[in-house]
Ligand binder design. Structure first.
Ligand code: LR7
Ligand code: MN
Length: 572
């Protein structure tokens, strides 16, 4: 499993040579950053005292930001609304291209200052929190593949403008083999003018996981902070993250992730009572959930760190030493996906904690589609997820595998990662579930699971379960025996569910999928001895239409169109 990073070694080499030179430079820079006035006032005091004052001063002051007209587009995090009808044909084309290339409104972003102001979104209580004097410094690693100029540079400037200089060791921009021209020479030149910003490049498209490993290999700060390439850091974002790590290097921490609207670039944030934590579903996708009661009950204040079973993956800080001990990332993971759950499970199972820090806010552009090319012909997310399931999930991995009928395919070699787990002497996945995420729905508790096949025709109950499919009628589809949208579980309290979606009937023609509410009612079903599926509330039975395409609810009669085979599996 050898990776050729290319630039990494060279940089490390260069670094050695310039270490001394840079140290001098760093001292000089720091001195330059102090207000000369302060120094002048201090002359005459004894030198020890002066040092203290300087250190204090350094902690307080942020770099000066260039003046931006407060009425400029997007200032204060406000929305930029563009009336496309008023654009000239050329501008319209620019507008469309921007969306096409980035899956967000690049045209709007280009209108906004790289130094735009954001509201101070912190809870007032945050300002009472005190942090250690000698917080560790951080390298911020930003990986990108074909990112828009204004969005990437706004990320960079928001880091510089809102981080106390002595805590920001460097920003490492990792170019994952982009082919856009602006990311080549122009970025190099721009970065050279900014102190502390380095550009490193992969030699081929590696995907975000190995790109992050390249960033890791050249980073020198005590803490590593990873950010996506379309973020904006809000006032005071950094100290609370570093402060928590300073208490114990095993604290892995993430900011509250605000939403930068993909269309208007409006910056929205979450108050302490709206903050969500990370969960996962059995198809191993990451999702958000409200703070569970067993987490909330242990918090003394709304600005306390919030324990989170998983993390989104893109925005977090970790002690560089601890990241090393913990085995960084799995270099066998490609392009995108899986690494966030892998690291989440690993942190918890191997002695660390994962927390969201309510006083730290960073915005991220959430997109509806992925704009860049993935590896074709390989389902990389599935491959990455199987790698993590094999290494970390023990017998629980089967709940994931059932979802695609154990069609694992080639997921490469995971021996090294299994050795890592042994070396670290980690807890079992069962321990993780019971101690960190006790209210997780575990399919092993299901009474029946798998496809639900009609006796009348080889048709199965079929529906996606996600925000876009909630409230929509559930229909029938030819059985494909591959799990996926035909995989359903009957829970102990009568829900027919997948992840957090439940079959729900409230009268009328159709059954719909609806978020599970755990209250029985419209979501209570019985799979009866005669293989009918009975809805207690309305006393009706599931029935397929004569052509087999539709699912309806009818008075129970026991005809073939009301008889179902539900593949059962004994809990593994
Ligand atoms: O091949 C690639 N090489 C890269 O360098 C593909 C992507 N990337 C870069 C890309 O430019 C971006 O900066 O990697 C970063 C993440 O890719 P996005 O922004 O296209 O994806 P995303 O925001 O949906 O990614 C989320 O899930 C990923 C799973 O692998 C990573 O963990 C991302 O970091 C994660 N993003 C967040 O957690 C931000 C909050 C979103 C949520 C929920
Ligand atoms: Mn992203």
């Amino acid at each position: 499993n050898h990776i050729h990073f290319g630039d990494g070694d060279k940089l490390r080499h260069d670094r050695k040579i310039h270490e001394e030179e840079k140290l001098n430079l760093a001292n000089k820079i720091q001195l330059d950053m102090h207000e000369n006035r302060q120094q002048r006032e201090d002359t005459g005091r004894e030198s020890a005292k002066k040092d203290d004052t300087l250190r204090y001063k350094r902690k307080q002051s942020l770099p000066e930001r260039p003046y931006v007209d407060p009425n400029a587009p997007g200032e204060g995090g406000k929305a930029v609304v563009i009336d496309k009808d008023k654009l000239s044909p050329e501008e319209k084309k620019k507008f469309d291209d921007g969306w096409q290339k980035n899956a967000f409104n690049q045209y709007a972003s280009d209108m906004i200052s790289l130094h735009r102001s954001l509201p101070d979104v912190r809870d007032p209580e945050c300002k009472d929190l005190k942090y250690k004097d000698n917080l560790p410094d951080t390298s911020v690693v930003v990986c990108f593949h074909n990112e828009a100029w204004s969005v990437l540079l706004r990320t960079v400037h928001s880091i510089i403008d809102r981080s106390p200089p002595h805590l920001l060791k460097e920003i490492i921009l990792v170019d994952d083999f982009s082919d856009m021209d602006h990311l080549k020479q122009p970025l190099e030149e721009y970065a050279a003018k900014l102190q502390k910003v380095k550009v490193v490049r992969t030699k081929k498209r590696e995907g975000l996981i190995r790109a992050r490993l390249l960033g890791y290999s050249v980073a020198t700060g005590e803490v590593l902070t990873y950010l996506d390439s379309h973020c904006e850091c809000a006032e005071g974002w950094l100290e609370p993250l570093l402060g928590r790590i300073a208490e114990d290097k095993r604290h892995v921490v993430a900011p509250v992730i605000g939403n930068i609207n993909d269309d208007t670039l409006q910056f929205a944030w979450f108050n302490p009572d709206q903050i969500h934590v990370g969960k996962f579903d059995w198809d191993l996708t990451f999702n958000w959930m409200p703070i569970p009661s067993y987490v909330k009950d242990k918090m003394n204040s709304k600005v306390d760190p919030i324990r989170s079973p998983t993390m989104a993956g893109g925005l977090f800080s970790i002690s560089r030493e601890y990241f090393t001990e913990l085995g960084t990332y799995d270099p066998g993971m490609d392009i995108w996906g899986g690494e966030n759950l892998e690291l989440s499970f690993r942190v918890w199972m191997c002695g660390g904690t994962l927390e969201i820090i309510p006083c730290s806010h960073v915005g991220h552009i959430f997109r509806k589609r992925s704009p860049y090319k993935w590896r074709t012909g390989v389902n990389v997310v599935k491959k990455n997820s199987i790698r993590l399931a094999e290494v970390w999930m023990d017998e629980y991995k089967n709940y994931y595998y059932e979802r695609f009928n154990y069609d694992l395919g080639d997921y490469g070699d995971v021996t090294d990662r299994k050795k890592l787990r042994e070396r670290l002497q980690c807890h079992s996945f069962d321990w993780f579930v019971k101690n960190v995420y006790p209210d997780l729905f575990v399919p092993g508790e299901a009474i029946a699971s798998g496809e639900i096949r009609s006796k009348a025709k080889p048709m199965c109950i079929d529906s996606a379960v996600d925000n876009h499919n909630y409230h929509k009628p559930v229909n029938m589809w030819p059985c494909h025996n591959q799990g996926g949208n035909q995989y359903w579980m009957l829970s102990k309290n009568g829900e027919i569910r997948r992840d957090d979606g439940c079959l729900d009937y409230s009268g009328g023609e159709s059954v719909i999928v609806y978020p599970c509410h755990g209250q029985k009612g419209n979501q209570e079903w019985q799979y009866r001895e005669d293989n009918s599926i009975y809805h207690a509330n309305t006393q009706k039975c599931m029935e397929t239409s004569v052509d087999g395409q539709k699912l309806t609810m009818k008075t129970c009669t026991g005809i073939d169109r009301q008889i179902w085979t539900w593949k059962r599996k004994s809990p593994s």
